[in-house]
Design a protein around this ligand. Structure first.
Ligand SMILES: Cc1ncc(COP(=O)(O)O)c(C=O)c1O
Ligand SMILES: [Zn+2]
Length: 410
């Protein structure tokens, strides 16, 4: 008896893992993204403890709900087990019952994407690959780069040349083969598929690889194990290709099926106004034919005009009564500063988009004074200093003279 199988999100066709690696051959790359479906009898057999050793094992403490039949030999780097903070000052300021911040920028390469890359690298190893590739706006890239390095695998990374310097430097430091291409993420993605697949490397591309979402869902699992049946009413998370958002639905849903929680929070997917492709598709309604366009936003990680996981994100949102919101770039940049000053958590623009989404939801009355809120910060602010620096006052250099320094203090 196998623990899981793969199922096409559009036609429902089912596959064993050895029958297909990436997507449904009948429905193609975007419509045919696959879902990992578990046999919960098998999962129950594997799941024993009610308090998990997260502090040592991070995401691997949830191996009973991860897509591996055998015991995994995970990369030796602690992924997950990120801090959950309660901010009474933000709750007071916005008049909500409680507000929590999950700081996923505290992962080893400083973004949420480590959760997916850890699973992808373990999968590539189990399948016997020695090289793994991805196209990325930057964070999937740096996380794949770091996790491949520690696992002794080669990584080939396709990124837009405009990715923030810190993210490209991470790739250099970890020793990936870097292909920085003068094109948008959407175009870079298509090129990576043509080249990477023809080279026979393992593909860690959003939505194409069905196991990434399983790694990402460990954030929802952590929340549920920490908060139990006291989960927040609303969870705000930023959306680019759509996999991060879908992973929360999937994580909570798997736990409901396992009988460990009884209800799912309302998920709010937050997009930047200039790249709200999934929100536009959702507004068009079923069957969610993708609305693609040229995207533009300061939040480079969610600057996606041709989202790859759009069908799943829309279907899950519909099935669970979720919501989408979009926020302007200036709200995102102001959000970085406010969140840092109130909570100490320094978010990159895509991370702060979730907080900006919460503020908007409060303004327009989606959340009210009884609401318990959680904001997921998906990436660390040190990843992109340029955009936030542009809205901060210049730091003046002072001469080493006491009276001038004292004058500056006044
Ligand atoms: C920091 C950050 N937040 C959010 C996202 C959005 O994730 P997804 O593309 O799965 O929607 C990304 C993706 O790169 C990211 O790096
Ligand atoms: Zn199909």
């Amino acid at each position: 008896m196998r623990k899981y199988f793969l199922k096409c999100i559009s036609c429902g066709k089912e596959f064993r893992e050895d029958e297909v690696d990436y997507y449904c051959p009948d429905c193609g790359e975007r419509r045919g993204t696959l879902e990992v479906v578990y046999d919960f009898e098998q999962v129950r057999k594997q799941y024993r403890c009610s308090s998990l050793p997260l502090h040592r094992k991070g995401i691997w403490a949830f191996d009973f709900l991860l897509p591996f039949e055998e015991e995994v030999d995970p990369p030796e780097l602690l992924v997950g087990n990120t801090p959950l903070y309660r901010s009474d000052s933000l709750a007071r300021k916005y008049g909500v019952a409680e507000l929590f911040v999950k700081d996923d920028g505290r992962n080893p390469t400083a973004s949420f994407k480590d959760r997916a890359s850890a699973v992808a690298v373990a999968k590539a190893k189990a399948k016997g690959f020695d090289t793994i590739f991805c196209a990325s706006t930057g964070n999937a890239a740096s996380s794949l780069s770091g996790l491949s390095a520690v696992a002794g695998m080669k990584s080939v990374i396709f990124v837009p040349a405009t990715a923030p310097t810190a993210k490209i430097t991470q790739l250099q430091v970890y020793g990936s083969k870097i292909l920085a291409i003068d094109a948008s993420y959407d175009r870079v993605f298509d090129l990576s598929m043509e080249i990477g697949m023809s080279m026979g490397w393992y593909c860690r591309n959003s939505a194409i690889n069905p196991y990434l979402l399983e790694g990402k869902k460990t954030c929802a699992l952590e929340l549920a194990f920490e908060m139990r049946d006291n989960l927040p009413d609303f969870v705000f998370v930023s959306v680019g290709d759509g996999t991060v958002l879908s992973s929360f639905y999937k994580g909570f849903d798997d736990l409901i099926k396992l009988g460990l929680i009884s209800k799912m929070p309302t998920m709010v997917g937050v997009q930047a106004e200039g790249s709200a492709a999934i929100m536009k598709t959702y507004e068009r309604g079923y069957p969610f034919d993708p609305v693609d366009f040229e995207a533009s936003t300061v939040a480079d990680s969610i600057c996606v005009g041709k989202p790859r996981d759009v069908v799943k994100a829309c279907r899950y949102t519909k099935a669970h009564d979720g919501l989408f919101l979009s926020v302007s770039d200036s709200r995102i940049l102001r959000g970085i500063i406010e969140l840092a000053r109130e909570t100490g958590v320094f978010a990159e623009p895509a991370g702060a988009a979730a907080f900006a989404g919460f503020r908007k939801a409060r303004e327009i009355g989606i959340v009210d004074e009884r609401s318990r809120i959680l904001v997921v910060v998906t990436g660390n602010g040190l990843k992109d200093l340029k955009n936030v620096s542009a809205v901060l006052p210049e730091v003046k250099t002072l001469p080493p003279e006491k009276d001038v320094i004292e004058e500056a203090l006044r």
